[in-house]
Write a protein that binds this ligand. Sequence first.
Ligand code: SHN
Ligand code: NAI
Length: 244
Amino acid sequence: MNHPYPIMVNLSARQCLVIGGGPIAERKAHALLQAGAIVTVVSPEFTEGLAELDNHLNVVLLRQTFAEELIKGEAARKSCYTLVVAATNDAAVNAQIGELASREGKLVNVVDQPRLSSFIVPSVVRRGKLVIAVSTGGASPSAARKIVRELDELYGEEYETYLEFLSDLRLFIQSRVPDKQARQRMFKDMLEWNVLDKIREGTFASWKEALYTALENAAWPNGRTGEAGIDLAAWSAIKIFDRE
Ligand SMILES: C[C@@]1(CC(=O)O)c2cc3[nH]c(cc4nc(cc5[nH]c(cc(n2)[C@H]1CCC(=O)O)[C@@](C)(CC(=O)O)[C@@H]5CCC(=O)O)C(CC(=O)O)=C4CCC(=O)O)c(CCC(=O)O)c3CC(=O)O
Ligand SMILES: NC(=O)C1=CN([C@@H]2O[C@H](COP(=O)(O)OP(=O)(O)OC[C@H]3O[C@@H](n4cnc5c(N)ncnc54)[C@H](O)[C@@H]3O)[C@@H](O)[C@H]2O)C=CC1
């Protein structure tokens, strides 16, 4: 993989197949479940953690060794796996799964042979909507994890609230400001406000309330309050309000 293409995939209610029942399969299965996927795990034996998932609504455990029919043929077409993870400790079986899944047009992760994978899994820090993913392209997964630990220190819990704030205000502006250029200037301006310190200091809630009151009462392009939109002059006044 010379130049991997990073994407965020929506796996909600998607069928995914994990082959193998060891700690690595367990880690991959858990991550897929957290993403909302429906996960089938195939292995003659399972870790305790995987066995505990037997009653999970979105998990199917198949106690068997890998068989081609899981990916290829009529039965496989019905189960329709979006994504396959080859996580057995048998390199030949993992390679076979990698090749077969690729041929069938599935996205496949082969945990012991990155070159046979169509995707690899990065190390991740999450803060609500903020996802920071680090990959070394398989060069050193531990290095990816170390960098993520550093980012974990740098981007604290306050980023969750901060991103929610930015998202809500962006939607508010999108609904009130018809002019695209004006909107984009506002989105850039928002990033200059020192909101993170307000969250850390505990003054965010009252500041946000005052900000929205100012926005609701802002002067409107046609002189009315209401649906018509905020103009840039009104917005500038609100920016001054932020500096006070
Ligand atoms: C290519 C890739 C394929 C993939 O799995 O997608 C892959 C492959 C391999 N990993 C190996 C070893 C280890 N992997 C980890 C940990 C993680 N590995 C993950 C991803 C990836 N691992 C993909 C590339 C990611 C990238 O670099 O961009 C993470 C990020 C995500 C996850 O797995 O969910 C997760 C951190 C989760 C977290 O943040 O906590 C640790 C540390 C630990 O477990 O504590 C070790 C032992 C130390 C070491 O070797 O560094 C081996 C050698 C096996 C051997 O030689 O025995 C191979 C095979 C090979 O290299 O050929
Ligand atoms: N990508 C990653 O992050 C990492 C990958 N690895 C690699 O991952 C592989 C798996 O690691 P672990 O889970 O620790 O191994 P493990 O040895 O604990 O478990 C292997 C599992 O695969 C199952 N299995 C074996 N043959 C099978 C078959 N034909 N069909 C279905 N299931 C089968 C076994 O029953 C067992 O449950 C290792 O080979 C290792 O090289 C190891 C560390 C990290």
